[in-house]
Write a new protein. Structure first.
Length: 105
C-alpha cells in the first residue's frame, strides 16, 4: 500500500517560516552557510518519503492512533512533523516545527 503525502496550508506556512528562519540566521552569522536551508528542505523531503509506505511506524500523539509525529533528524537537532493518516490512501501533514520549539504553531 502506498500513501499520498499531502502538506496542509498550515504545514506549508510552517515550512516557509522555518526555512526563512534558517536563511536569516545564516545571513546574520559570520560563517553563514545558506546551503543549510537546502539541506533542511532535503531532510524534510526525504523523511516524508517514509510516510508513503510506513506511516504507522511513527509515534502516536495522544489517544487517536491515526495522529502521529515524524521525527526529522538534521545535524544535532531537526524537525518534527505532525500528521494524520486520513484514510487508506492519504497522509496529511498538519504542522511542522523545529525540535527546539515548544509546540506547533
Amino acid at each position: 500500500m502506498t500513501y499520498q503525502v499531502i502538506f496542509s496550508r498550515e504545514a506549508d506556512e510552517d515550512l516557509e517560516r522555518l526555512i526563512d528562519h534558517v536563511i536569516a540566521r545564516e545571513l546574520n552569522s559570520p560563517t553563514g552557510d545558506l546551503a543549510i536551508a537546502a539541506r533542511a528542505l532535503e531532510a524534510i523531503e526525504q523523511a516524508c518519503q517514509l510516510l508513503t509506505h510506513s506511516p504507522f511506524s511513527c509515534r502516536k500523539v495522544g489517544e487517536n492512533a491515526f495522529v502521529r509525529e515524524l521525527i526529522i533528524s538534521l545535524g544535532g537537532s531537526g524537525y518534527v512533523a505532525l500528521f494524520e493518516i486520513h484514510d487508506a490512501q492519504r497522509v496529511i501533514i498538519g504542522a511542522i516545527r523545529h525540535q527546539h520549539e515548544s509546540d506547533y504553531h
